[in-house]
Design a protein around this ligand. Structure first.
Ligand code: SF4
Ligand code: SF4
Length: 482
């Protein structure tokens, strides 16, 4: 019997959707087309394959491809067919917006027996083309692909749940709503919402998530010996971790720099200081001892439609499962994702500041009185865009003052991007900083920062870096609530 090791591969942030609950969208990296660039070089893909081959250790791999949207990966057929030829399996975490059912190259490289599962998320933009999505899912199911479908249980998307569940049951495809992890959710679900989710969630892992995640204090898990997380693309750089939730705590090595990465020799205690395990994949793959859930997943891949709740309470009692809601930052998403389904900068400003907010300051090309360099050796050229070059090691940027009404909720709306390095947008009134926000690195689209309340009549805005940087600014506006 083939035994598998699991690796969650975070390919890139790039995606063609704009889900407002997605951190890549609110963080400005979702249109980072450059994150795809390494995959255009077959040698890059070969290096990833080579790492996997050298570290098989008697197992085969289940390689979970996540993004962004993994179907956007250049040279995907080459990667997929090489993996599958060696007896590995692929799991796609996909929005299924690309017509793979008609793509002979994809189909040839990804025969159904090489696919662990197509984990299809019906996101808001997918739901706008729901009939087409249903046809695509039906076509792939008819070809023999194991498919599980999901929707994020966004408070504004509960009316999808019954409808999708009914349609998927007709197709003999399993459907499970995913509890949302934002600042307030899943804790903020009302008793009625919770009951709806309990009727439809098919896997124990979904119910663990509905309860906030597992408190794994004193519990052993196989992450680092049979489960791994790998960051690829420019954003991931080849770093390997025990699991996706431990990237700050448990790096095992870098697949491009280390010839051999030593894995852990068996189950260990969780590497997270808060001992909080939330990712469904960890339970689906039986990695967390006493919270093994591969049984339901095996049935779900075959179209299982029974709710998990009736069996869950016994399962939780027998295994002494304890649950925990997150207290710090949410594992995914921001506050704005609780209000909106599809990200739209204008709507974000309306929600944060009210629809009658006004611009206290606008620069959108042309003369700009009061712009000053921040640090030495900064080159500033001003025309339709402000081009800032700060090549020295100490970095640099620009600063300028804006008159505002103190005490009013405010945001900065910003168009532009960093060409080189990492840029920061900082706002001060007096000596106190309100926040630092990453300058969008990868897109020219507008960013709206989080809201702040100026404590003085003048705020100072810095757009800068402490390392070499080059930034193009297309417009800056300071928006204030009426
Ligand atoms: S959550 Fe939405 S925007 Fe984010 S990667 Fe998935 S499909 Fe793309
Ligand atoms: S218990 Fe969960 S979060 Fe902790 S190391 Fe294991 S898989 Fe990762």
């Amino acid at each position: 019997v083939t035994q598998f090791r699991y690796i969650e591969t975070m390919l890139f942030h790039t995606c063609n959707f704009n889900c407002a609950y997605c951190g890549f969208v609110t963080g400005g990296t979702v249109r980072y087309a450059d994150d795809l660039a390494p995959y255009r070089d077959p040698d890059y893909i070969r290096a990833v394959l080579d790492f996997l081959e050298r570290h098989e250790g008697g197992y085969k791999w289940v390689v979970q491809l996540s993004g962004g949207e993994p179907l956007l990966m250049p040279n995907l057929p080459m990667f997929a067919s090489s993996l599958i030829r060696r007896g590995n399996k692929i799991r796609y975490n996909t929005n299924l917006s690309l017509p793979i059912e008609k793509d002979s190259e994809w189909l040839d490289a990804n025969p159904p027996e090489g696919i662990d599962v197509l984990m299809v998320s019906l996101h808001p933009e997918g739901m706008q083309k729901y009939d087409m999505m249903l046809e695509r899912i039906a076509a792939l199911k008819a070809m023999g692909y194991p498919i599980i479908t999901r929707t994020v249980a966004h408070p504004k998307a509960f009316d999808w749940i019954d409808r999708v569940a009914g349609d998927m049951a007709k197709l003999d495809v399993s459907y499970t709503p995913l509890p949302m992890f934002s600042k307030a959710y899943p804790q903020a679900y009302s008793p009625e919402q919770r009951a709806t989710l309990e009727t439809h969630i098919k896997a124990f892992s979904g119910l663990i998530q509905l309860n906030g995640g597992l408190d794994v204090s004193g519990r052993l898990c196989h992450a680092g010996s049979r489960l791994f997380a790998l960051g690829l693309g420019h954003t991931g750089g080849g770093d390997l971790f025990r699991c996706v939730s431990t990237h700050q705590y448990a790096k095992l090595g870098n697949i491009f720099k280390d010839r051999h990465i030593r894995f852990l020799d068996g189950p260990k205690l969780c590497a997270r200081p808060d001992r909080h395990c939330t990712c469904a994949f960890h339970f689906e793959t039986d990695m967390v001892m006493g919270a093994e859930d591969s049984g339901t997943y095996t049935r779900m891949k075959a179209g299982h439609t029974e709710a998990a709740k009736p069996a869950f309470d016994d399962f939780a009692r027998q295994n002494d499962l304890k649950f925990l809601y997150h207290r710090g930052p949410a594992p995914q998403g921001t506050e704005i994702g609780e209000e909106l389904l599809i990200y739209d900068p204008a709507a974000v400003a309306d929600i944060l500041l009210g629809a009658d907010h006004q611009a206290a300051f606008t620069w959108a090309g042309g003369a700009f009185d009061g712009i000053m360099p921040y640090k030495d050796n900064v080159e500033i050229s001003l025309a339709d865009t402000i081009h800032v070059d700060a090549p020295a090691e100490i970095g640099g940027g620009i600063q300028f003052d804006v008159k505002v009404q103190k005490g009013r909720k405010s945001c900065i709306a910003f168009d532009g991007k960093v060409r080189k390095g990492n840029g920061t947008l900082a706002v001060y009134s007096g000596q106190s900083a309100h926040f630092w926000h990453a300058v969008p690195k990868y897109k020219g689209a507008r960013t709206v920062t989080e809201a702040f309340v100026p404590t003085e009549d003048v705020i100072r805005i810095y757009i800068y870096s402490d390392a070499p940087v080059s930034i193009d600014i297309e417009s800056v506006r300071v928006l204030q609530a009426a």
